[in-house]
Design a protein around this ligand. Structure first.
Ligand SMILES: *Cc1c(COP(=O)(O)O)cnc(C)c1O
Length: 401
């Protein structure tokens, strides 16, 4: 069945993904099962999406209950789950208002549109350019890929959308030098995810905040990957002595149902008025009910605490590996967004781990990225470390495989 399915999939689907040759059929917590009955401990979580793990009983119940009641109505009307979720997000963040959409790219589109309109509304119609970072990732729509600081994501889709100036990450001076009379905002991920788990230098984000205040620019945080508890706090900006003006969320927001959100302070959010922006599916009762259950569980069941504690333990174990293998350059990250930077290609390692029953991810070709469900336990970390140790031992003697 597996081989036939893969053959069919490769024939009928757009070839946009290079997939591993397994067919996943079921999940339970941090474990996934394939069609052949093999079990995998999941350190990918759908790319930082299933933060409460797979088939979470509370989430499943919330989805089922809401599905029996009301799945979708237009945003021409009010609904209870959407309102309750927005209220929760406003109560638990710096923001005053929320716009719901369906993905990270769309959340960033909303942020870009809002930043432009905010300045138009103030008569500064020449201010539309946004400074973004090298190695950033903001999505695959035309505007968000143009904002993304990676040539491989631009390639083939030129001309890019006008208005993005890309500077090196962690270089405050570069941002200062890139500001012109046309600049309206600075947009970045507080920790770069796809870019290889790159953390901000001490004082960098606070420095950006000061710079934006001084120059009258908006500061936009793309927390699509870092939000919803991933770094041990609800939102990554909470690690720093500052807040952005706009924040985008998606990935884990509804623990696997597609949902995005753009949050902003009142003064900024006020530039979105009736008709400014819209989304047919944005914040349907079904996804909102799932997200509402997700955010409650994050706090009620000590998930953030677990993320912080196990994340620290995990990082320590990765550092143990680093002291053992000289092809490990650096261990980076916060909470359960961790990266192992290698001097060699990581593709083979991902494959070898999969064959041993562990799903891990590799980004930028040489950074192993670990983004498991936030409910993962130390015992599961230990098992992965044993696996990595064996794979590393195996390749130490081989050239760049
Ligand atoms: C995944 C990601 C996106 C894009 O989200 P989609 O839902 O795939 O559109 C944007 N920004 C960051 C930081 C991401 O990690």
């Amino acid at each position: 069945m597996t081989n036939d399915l893969i053959k069919t999939a490769d024939r009928v689907m757009a070839a946009t993904y290079s997939r591993f040759p397994i067919v996943l059929t079921e999940g339970d917590g941090c474990t996934l099962y394939d069609a052949k009955g093999h079990a995998y401990t999941d350190f990918v979580a759908g790319i930082a999406v299933c933060n409460l793990g797979h088939a979470h009983p509370g989430i499943a119940q919330a989805i089922a209950d809401q599905a029996r009641r009301l799945v979708h109505v237009s945003n021409l009307y009010y609904t209870m789950p959407q309102t309750a979720l927005a209220e929760w997000l406003v109560e638990h963040s710096f923001a005053d208002r929320v716009f719901f959409c369906n993905s990270g790219a769309e959340a960033n589109e909303a942020a870009i549109k809002l930043a432009r309109k905010y300045f138009k509304d103030r008569g500064a119609s020449k201010r539309f350019r946004i400074i973004t970072m090298e190695e950033s990732f903001h999505g695959r729509t035309m505007a968000t890929l143009s904002a993304t600081g990676q040539a491989k994501i631009h390639k083939g889709f030129e001309p890019l959308v006008e208005g993005f100036d890309i500077v090196p990450f962690n270089d405050l001076e570069a941002v200062r030098n890139a500001i012109t009379t046309e600049t309206c905002a600075v947009m970045l991920e507080p920790i770069q995810g796809e870019g290889g788990v790159q953390c901000p230098a001490s004082g960098y984000l606070e420095g950006l905040r000061d710079l934006c205040d001084k120059e009258g620019l908006l500061l936009i945080f793309d927390e699509v990957q870092t939000g919803m508890g991933r770094t041990g706090k609800l939102f990554a900006y909470e690690h720093f002595a500052m807040t952005p003006d706009i924040m985008t969320l998606a990935k884990a927001l509804a623990n696997g149902l597609p949902m995005g959100a753009m949050l902003a302070k009142e003064e900024v959010a006020a530039s979105f008025t009736a008709g400014s922006h819209a989304s047919t599916f944005g914040g349907t009762p079904l996804v909102s009910a799932a997200a509402l259950e997700m955010v409650k569980t994050l706090l009620d069941e000590g998930v953030l605490r677990n993320c912080e504690k196990v994340g620290q333990y995990f990082k320590g174990r990765l550092l143990d590996l680093k002291s053992k293998y000289d092809f490990i350059q650096e261990v980076r990250g916060e909470g359960l967004l961790l990266g192992l930077d290698l001097t060699r290609d990581g593709t083979y390692i991902v494959k070898a781990c999969m064959e041993r029953g562990f799903l891990i991810n590799c980004t930028q070709e040489h950074v192993l990225r670990f983004i498991p469900p936030l409910i993962i336990q130390e015992g599961q970390i230990d098992s992965l470390i044993v696996c990595l140790d064996a794979v590393f031992q195996d390749i130490s003697n081989k050239p760049n495989e």
